[in-house]
Design a protein around this ligand. Sequence first.
Ligand SMILES: [Zn+2]
Length: 312
Amino acid sequence: MKVASQQRRAILRAAVGGVVGATCSTLANSAIAAEPLTITPLANDINLISGAGGNVVVVSTADGQVMVDSGAAEFSDVLLETLRELPSSDRIHTLFNTHWHKAQIGSNANIGQSGARIIAHEKTRLHLATDFYLPDQDRYELAQPAAAHPTESFFTGGETVIGGQQITYGHLLEAHTDGDIFVRFSHANVLVVGDVISPEVDPVLDWFGGGWIGGRVDALEFLLNNSDDSTRFVPSVGPAVGRAEVQTEYELMSTLFERLVELIRQGNRPEDSLAAGVMDGLSRNFHDPMKFVYAAQKSLWAHHNTLSHDIV
Ligand SMILES: [Zn+2]
């Protein structure tokens, strides 16, 4: 279903200029923000809402709606309106946040005020409850209002049953930020994984926010080891993908990890690594290879624990 009124298009266009990414892909947000919200069914009771700055997954249960992520704040009104068009709209029971970037938490306050439970990693709760620094913008992101904060947080993972459906969730250590999680809806074999996979746009490593390329490789391997050929993975940007796409991304990241470890061990700066061909012959082309290599090398320095004898 497409939400296509001229009025709503105008609202969405007006919102484009207002999208403020934290450190997540502003390019990605801008690219999709001009489109109206779309609803794509993933199962009888699961819908994917796209176009709200970041993907939003909605599961309709007998006890109300269960959401994963709440889009960017600029889209809150149109997102809430779209939620009302889906089944079980009398109540939002629980909202999960896959991480703390602004494209994932924009409607938290509105949804929290309605009395919904908000579940996220403890690092996500801290980021939403505290001012934090954005080095690429040289400014502090202010804490969110109390209603936007997770009401339940965890470090490793957990499970819950809502409307008879089992939901499991867990930490994906340092894959994109320091607070990434997966949310699994077992009955439909759907895994919502936020920005931990990025099949459509350049993968983002928020190195200052705790993401690193090694964590991303580990997380992708974990997802492959905890899925099957019929599992669908929902990223923050783009349509749901299958295991083959995650396998391809795992191999891509593993290759880049191995190349960059060696290049950084030799003392190469990001521009040196690019010139040396670190991005050559990959399974995909990056829109901004320098941005990725810079973030990957920054992330690697934070995890560097071996200085070999021949380092230059
Ligand atoms: Zn993100």
